[in-house]
Unconditional design. Structure first.
Length: 131
């Protein structure tokens, strides 16, 4: 992406909050914060066409089809992890996997349509005084 997703996400949240920053209270403030968080989350996702295909793993939102094997969720649209290694091996193939709650195991998922992606968030770390 040309604009870093976090910057775009912060801008989206700011556009919702800024006009009401000093005047919102109570339920109005809570609603504004919820809308800002939703805008932030939505802006963190990028179109699948812009994803690097260098075997880097991302969170990928996929849509199930009639050809979906080993669906990871019962929903038609769900998020899993995966990559595409076209830049490395010249094969334009999605490698997707995730936890299958029905079978209680890690599985490969195929027959889905990748829709959008985002970076996998960093794992939280302990503060220095708790290590």
């Amino acid at each position: 992406l040309t604009v870093r997703p976090a910057e775009k996400a912060i801008e989206a949240a700011y556009e919702i909050l800024e006009p009401h920053f000093l005047s919102a209270t109570g339920d109005v403030a809570t609603d504004l914060i919820r809308r800002a968080i939703a805008a932030y989350e939505a802006a963190m996702w990028g179109p699948i066409e812009e994803m690097k295909r260098d075997s880097t793993f991302y969170l990928i939102e996929v849509e199930a089809t009639d050809e979906t094997h080993n669906p990871l969720e019962e929903d038609d649209v769900f998020v899993t992890v995966g990559c595409n290694g076209f830049d490395d091996d010249g094969i334009d193939e999605w490698k997707l996997s995730g936890w299958n709650w029905s079978h209680d195991c890690l599985m490969e998922c195929s027959g889905v349509i990748p829709r959008r992606f985002r970076a996998i968030p960093r794992a939280p770390s302990l503060p220095e005084n708790e290590k």
